[in-house]
Design a protein around this ligand. Structure first.
Ligand SMILES: C[S@@+](CC[C@H](N)C(=O)[O-])C[C@H]1O[C@@H](n2cnc3c(N)ncnc32)[C@H](O)[C@@H]1O
Length: 210
């Protein structure tokens, strides 16, 4: 029997396309769109992907960087192993105190690009969700201070909203330029945006760990 498409049915054209193409998430089409528009990830790049489960972005990044590149995915949830030789994964909370040491135990250089599709569980209470997202992104920027190379690029997911504007100050202090983008695969009713940050330069206040 054919299932009726209800309001909660999240299986749209991108969902079916991802399934057909063997991608683990429909979210992959957001990153493909971002990368086609801004060329953030290039062949040979070393990329750190935060909030990587189930692994759709990892699959695309692995293809985009090719055999000379590398991608390390981190998520609090386990990521089912991928066959791609240039992919590593770590199961870990990005707020763990030893996160930087753990990442360095896998890859001991600064990354060319950091991508983050991290999102906390949505509570449905707007203010709570935006504040959680800002806290997650402040942590992502902190990790960039420790793990992104000078001139490197960062992609983060955020929500439109007053609180998010706090992030722009941090971004302006650290990056040559940034763009706000809503990929075509983002759901119409979603207020998610992606901030694409170009040309990292360490701020005077950043912790020099390396
Ligand atoms: C939208 S999903 C990412 C989808 C992924 N880009 C893909 O294409 O498969 C967001 C992820 O962020 C992860 N996450 C949320 N909070 C985290 C944290 N504190 N540390 C690590 N991962 C976290 C969640 O477990 C979830 O898997």
């Amino acid at each position: 029997m054919k299932r009726k498409k209800g309001r909660g049915d999240r299986r749209d054209g991108y969902y079916w396309l991802a399934k057909k193409m063997g991608y683990r998430s429909r979210a992959v089409y957001k990153l493909i769109d971002i990368n086609k528009s801004f060329e953030v990830i290039k062949e040979g790049d070393r990329v750190l992907d935060l909030g990587a489960a189930p692994g759709g972005w990892l699959q695309y990044i692995s293809e985009a960087v090719g055999i000379d590149g590398y991608v390390l995915g981190i998520d609090i949830r386990p990521i089912k192993p991928l066959e791609n030789k240039n992919v590593d994964t770590i199961t870990k909370d990005i707020f763990d105190d030893d996160i930087i040491d753990t990442i360095r135990s896998k890859y001991n250089k600064r990354f060319d690009v950091i991508t983050s599709d991290i999102s906390a569980n949505i509570s449905g209470i707007w203010d709570v969700d935006v504040i959680r997202s800002v806290e997650l992104n402040k942590r992502v920027i902190d990790l960039a201070d420790n793990l992104l190379r000078r001139g490197g690029n960062l992609i983060i997911k955020a929500f439109e909203g007053k609180e998010t504007s706090r992030l722009f100050k941090l971004i302006k202090e650290r990056f040559r330029a940034y763009r706000i983008y809503k990929p075509k695969a983002s759901r119409k009713r979603s207020s998610e945006i992606y901030i694409i940050c170009f040309g990292y330069k360490p701020p005077k206040t950043s912790k020099k760990v390396l």
